[in-house]
Each structure stands twice: as C-alpha cells, then as structure tokens.
Design a protein around this ligand. Structure first.
Ligand code: EPU
Length: 343
C-alpha cells in the first residue's frame, strides 16, 4: 500500500477542479482497509485527519488549495452471482467497479434493472450514495443491501435497502451516516423478466424513429446511450459533473404562476399540492443556456449542466453557481439547490 502526500485532485475529478489531497491511498480490498485502519490509529501523523472516500469523482466538487483529508480511492473489484431464482438473480458487485461496465455486463446477461441507468459515470459503490437515477429508474429499486466498513470500529456489515433511507438523489450516506462508513460492495437484485419500457418521451420517439416495436434490453441500453450522448457532455472531453442542480419541487401555486407566462412549459405533478419544475427549464428560460460565467458555462445543449471550459477553480464554480441561483430566484422565485456534493 502506497500512501502519497499532496496529490493533485484534478485528475480524480470529472469537473477537473480542486487543489490537493493531503494524504492519498488506493484501496483494492477490505484487507487494505484494515491495514489503513491500523496505520491511522497508530501513526500520529494521521491523528484527527478525516478520511474521505473517493469513487469516480463524477458527482463532487473539490475545493481549491490543500484539503486536509486522507483520501481513499476505492478500487475494490468483484462481480459475483450470490443467488439465482426463476425470476431474478442477485449479484454482489465490488464498490470500485465502474458503474457502466456493470450495466453493460448485466444487460448482456439478459438481466433487467440497470438498463435505464446506462452511461451514468462513476463507480458501483457510489450508486447508493446519491441513489442514481435516470429515465424513470432509480438504483434503489434494485439494491438489496449495501456492504460497509465502519470507519470507527473497523467492522464490516450489510445495511438493508430500507435502512439506507433512499430518496430523490439521497440516502443515509449523504445525511446522518455521512463519513461513518466506507461502502465496499453492493448487492443488487436484477430481473430475468421482459424489461419495462422507460416511460420517457425521448425514448419512445427513439424507438419509433428506429422502427423498433418491442425493444430488447440491449436496444433500451442503446437508446439511453444515444439520448444521453446527445444531451450530456462526455466528461472525458468536456469536464462536468452531470446535473448541477436538483429539480426543485414547489407548491402548485408557484408553478401555476409561472405557467401563466409560459403556458407551453412542461412541469410534472408530484402530488395534490406539489409540482416538479425542471431546473434545466428554469435555467434555460432565465436566458442562461450556453451562457459563460468566466471560465465555466452552462452547456449549450443542456442548461442543467455546468461545464469547465478552461482551467476553472472551485471559486469560479461557486461564483457562477451563486449567480445562477440568484438570476433564477429573481426571475421565477424558486431557489435552486446544487446537486453534486462539495468538499
Ligand atoms: N429542459 C429544458 N432546458 C434544458 C434542459 C432541460 O427546458 O436545457 C427541460 C426538458 O425539456 C424537459 C425537462 O427539462 O422537459 C427535463 O429534462 P430531462 O428529461 O432531460 O431531464 P433533467 O431533469 O434535465 C434528470 C436528471 C438526470 C437524468 C435525466 C434523465 C436530475 C437533477 N437530473 O435531468 O441526471 O439523466 O433526468 O432521466 O434529476 C445527473 O444526475 O447527473 C443526471 C444527468
């Protein structure tokens, strides 16, 4: 195990923003974690230095300067069928596996559950943290349990789906249990049944355009990949962290008021009193699609995605974020909330 000092963060961040990790180490197994646990508890250099868990770095914004943390890059691999029944298969995946490689693998095995989540960047271990979701699917609907390493005690155990308290882009790992556990593996239940077609206009029109009547799992994955590639910049080419804001859920009266001026706007009813107003719509209709804020800009094909154009710092990103929040608030009276985490 190689503990490194002052490691440049940018190469571990898909937004390519951030300073340095004070300490950094790659973790390939639970055994490595046990060794680090011993080092951290015996070597005074690491006393009081918080541990920070790094996955794919695709949903986090790192601060500039030296971050006084011990960053552990989780590269625990593994893909194991733990049980199989007539209708489903349970698969345990190592936290460090690349999410989309797992999606590709399970789709080619004829297993359904992940196909709508194709091409989401990051690792399997990060999937429960923010309950990744796209095109009507959320990973929480496939998760049986999450294996964790408890930082304080060094114990390894499973947390059930229910105890993860999943919500929209949310779980205990972002809230009450933040910083308490290291996710080492996730067990998912995938279905052998015919896949449910994503209820999403863009996907339906993709199948019509391509003359596909009853799409296979592989064709659903292809459709999702094609739609994502048309709307979301590839982080390897244009640094970004996907959706930069959450889709706000507001009182129906607030949405009705906006509709008076924009009768064609498409909002989504949540319940009798609440409506989801797409953040991308708000940003676009505040005139900010493609707009530059110094070294960052809102992507010209999707107003919800903030892109780093040329060596932006975290400070540049925060300044742009605050300006966007203010402009949207002044125009629509809705306060956007940032979606990625910030460290
Ligand atoms: N819209 C605009 N202008 C834009 C962008 C979007 O008007 O520039 C409108 C669209 O026309 C549409 C609505 O906003 O009516 C919603 O857009 P879309 O269906 O593309 O999805 P989204 O709300 O922008 C969410 C997720 C994405 C996920 C897609 C597809 C959040 C914050 N984002 O985006 O997740 O891929 O749905 O399901 O929930 C991510 O989390 O990083 C991410 C990319």
């Amino acid at each position: 195990m190689n503990i490194q000092d002052y490691v440049d963060i940018k190469s571990y961040s898909t937004l390519k923003v951030g300073g340095q990790f004070r300490y950094f180490c790659i973790v390939s197994s639970v055994y490595d974690l046990t060794s680090i646990w011993t080092i951290v508890h015996t070597d005074v250099r690491y006393k009081d230095i918080p541990i920070f868990i790094l996955g794919g770095g695709s949903n986090i914004i790192f601060s500039d300067g030296v971050l006084d943390v011990f960053a552990l890059k989780i590269e625990i691999k593994g893909f194991e069928i733990v049980s199989e029944e007539q209708n489903y298969v349970d698969i345990k995946v190592g936290a460090g596996e690349i999410w989309d490689e797992i999606v590709s693998r399970t789709v080619s095995m004829g297993l359904s559950g992940f196909e709508s989540l194709s091409l989401i960047p990051g690792t399997a271990g990060a999937s429960p943290v923010q309950n990744i979701g796209a095109y009507g699917a959320e990973v929480k609907d496939t998760i049986l349990e999450v294996e964790v390493y408890e930082i304080e005690t060094g114990k390894v155990f499973n947390i059930s789906n229910k105890d993860c308290k999943f919500g929209y882009r949310d779980s205990i790992f972002k809230g009450e249990a933040r910083g308490k556990y290291i996710i080492t593996g996730v067990t998912y239940r995938l279905s052998k049944s015919i896949p449910r077609l994503p209820d999403y206009p863009g996907i339906k029109s993709y199948f019509i355009d391509n003359n596909i009547n009853i799409p296979t799992l592989a064709q659903i994955r292809e459709a999702i990949i094609s739609i994502r590639q048309s709307k979301l910049p590839n982080p390897n080419e244009i640094p970004n962290v996907g959706s930069f804001f959450k889709n706000p859920i507001v009182e129906k009266v607030v949405a009705h008021k906006i509709k008076e001026d924009y009768p064609d706007a498409k909002f989504f009813s949540v319940d009798d009193t609440h409506t989801k107003v797409p953040a991308g719509w708000l940003i676009e209709n505040a005139g900010l699609k493609g707009k530059s804020f110094g070294k960052v800009s809102m992507y010209d094909k999707n107003a919800l995605v903030l892109v780093n154009k040329e060596g932006a710092t975290c400070e540049d990103v925060i300044r742009a974020r605050d300006e966007i929040i203010k402009i949207v608030k002044d125009k629509f009276g809705i306060e956007l909330v940032q979606e990625p985490e910030i460290l």
